[in-house]
Design a protein around this ligand. Structure first.
Ligand SMILES: Nc1ncnc2c1ncn2[C@@H]1O[C@H](COP(=O)(O)O)[C@@H](OP(=O)(O)O)[C@H]1O
Ligand SMILES: [Mg+2]
Ligand SMILES: [Mg+2]
Ligand SMILES: [Mg+2]
Length: 334
C-alpha cells in the first residue's frame, strides 16, 4: 500500500492534538464500561469515508469497533457535533461531511466478515485507555481476504522511531506496514527518516529476552504472565504498554515475547489483532494462541482461541509454549 494512500486515511496529527486537549465531555463509557472518545469515532468516520471513496463502487466491506448507537441518542448530540467539526477540520478531504454522513460512515463498520470475500478490519483508536492517559495508542487497519490477513497498517503516533530505549532524541511516531509475502516496513510518521524493513529479535535464550504485555491488568493477567516469564528465566521487568504498538515494538525487536492472557469469559475481537499479527509475522515472528495454533480471522468479528495470545520468534516458541502450558494448567490460574 502506497504511503500517499495511507496518509489519506490516517491523520495522526489530528488525534495527537485531541489527545493533548481532551475534555471530560469528549469521552463516554460504552455498555461494557470501556471508554470511547471523539477520536475513536472521528478516526473511524475518516478511515471509512476515505476507504469507501478509494475503492470500486459496491466493493467496500468493513468490520470496525465502533457504532453510532450512542451518538444518535439525545445526550450524544453534543459529542456528534464535536466529531463532525473534527472530521471536517482534516485537510485533503474532498467534501464537507454532515453529522448524518459521519454517522453513516461510522456504521459502515458493521460487516460480519467470515471466510468469504474481502473485508477491511479497523480499530480506529486501539488502546483508548492509553490514549486517555497520554500514552501509547494505535490506529490499526488490516485487509482480510477469504479469512486471512493479507495487509496491515499500524499507526503508532507516540512510539519513538529508534526503539523503546530511546532517550528522547529520535523522532516520535511510527507507521508499520506489512503485506503478506513482502515483509514489514517501518516509516517515520513525520517522514523525517527513510522507511526501513524490520525483523523480530533473533534471540534464542529466554533469559536475555524482554517481554511485553498490556499495561492494563484487567486486559491480561499480570500474575500469570509473570509466572510464565519466571519459568522461562526472563530476568528483565515486563514492558507494559497499551495497544497494538506492542506488535510494532515486537516486529523491530524491542521485545522478543508478547503475552496476552485475558480474564475468563473475555472474547478477543479481530480488530485488536489483525493488523498487529501480520506486522509481526511478516517481520519473521509467530503469533499463536496458547495451544500453539495460528489465529483464525475467518470466524467473524470474534477470534475463537485457546486461553490467550503469544507473539514471539520461531527460536523461542517451543520454550514459551511449554512454560505457558505448565503455568496455565496450574491450579492457581484456573
Ligand atoms: N476485559 C478485557 N480483557 C481483554 N481485553 C480487553 C478487555 N476489555 C477491553 N479489551 C480490549 O483490549 C484492547 C486494548 O488492549 P491493550 O490492553 O493491549 O491496550 C481494547 O481495545 P480498544 O482500546 O480499542 O477498545 C479492548 O478491545
Ligand atoms: Mg474500545
Ligand atoms: Mg482495540
Ligand atoms: Mg479501539
Amino acid at each position: 500500500m502506497k504511503r500517499e494512500l495511507i496518509d489519506r486515511f490516517f491523520f495522526p496529527g489530528v488525534w495527537q492534538s485531541v489527545q493533548r486537549k481532551l475534555l471530560e465531555n469528549e469521552t463516554q463509557s460504552k455498555t461494557d464500561n470501556s471508554p470511547v472518545t471523539i477520536a475513536d469515532y472521528g478516526s473511524q468516520a475518516v478511515v471509512s469515508w476515505a476507504l469507501e471513496r478509494q475503492l470500486p463502487a459496491g466493493t467496500f466491506s468493513m468490520i470496525a469497533e465502533e457504532d453510532s448507537e450512542d451518538l444518535r441518542k439525545e445526550d450524544g448530540k453534543a459529542m456528534l457535533q464535536r466529531i463532525t467539526e473534527l472530521v471536517n477540520s482534516i485537510p485533503s478531504k474532498d467534501a464537507v461531511l454532515s453529522s448524518e454522513d459521519v454517522l453513516c460512515a461510522i456504521d459502515r463498520g458493521k460487516a460480519e466478515g467470515g471466510v468469504q470475500g474481502r473485508h477491511w478490519v479497523l480499530d480506529p483508536i486501539d488502546g483508548t485507555k492509553g490514549f486517555l492517559r497520554g500514552e501509547q495508542y494505535a490506529i490499526a487497519l488490516a485487509l482480510l481476504d477469504r479469512g486471512s490477513v493479507v495487509l496491515g497498517v499500524l499507526g503508532c503516533p507516540n512510539l519513538p522511531l529508534s526503539g523503546l530505549s530511546d532517550d528522547g532524541s529520535s523522532p516520535v511516531g511510527c507507521l508499520f506496514t506489512a503485506v503478506r509475502g513482502a515483509g514489514t516496513t517501518v516509516h517515520a510518521i513525520d517522514r523525517s527518516v527513510q522507511p526501513r524493513k524490520v525483523r523480530v529479535s533473533d534471540l534464542s535464550d529466554p533469559a536475555l529476552a524482554a517481554f511485553c504485555e498490556s499495561y492494563e491488568s484487567a486486559h491480561s493477567k499480570h500474575d500469570l504472565t509473570s509466572g510464565i516469564a519466571k519459568m522461562l528465566g526472563v530476568t528483565a521487568s515486563p514492558i507494559r504498554m497499551d495497544s497494538q504498538a506492542k506488535y510494532g515494538a515486537m516486529a523491530r525487536g524491542d521485545a522478543a515475547i508478547y503475552l496476552r492472557f485475558p480474564h475468563k469469559g473475555y472474547r478477543e475481537k479481530i480488530w485488536d489483532h489483525a493488523a498487529g499479527s501480520i506486522v509481526v509475522e511478516e517481520a519473521g515472528g509467530v503469533v499463536v494462541d496458547a495451544a500453539g495454533r495460528a489465529l483464525d480471522f475467518s470466524k467473524g468479528r470474534y477470534l475463537d482461541l485457546d486461553t490467550g495470545i503469544i507473539a514471539t520468534n520461531p527460536s523461542l516458541l517451543t520454550a514459551v509454549l511449554t512454560a505457558v502450558e505448565t503455568c496455565v494448567g496450574s491450579k492457581s490460574f484456573l
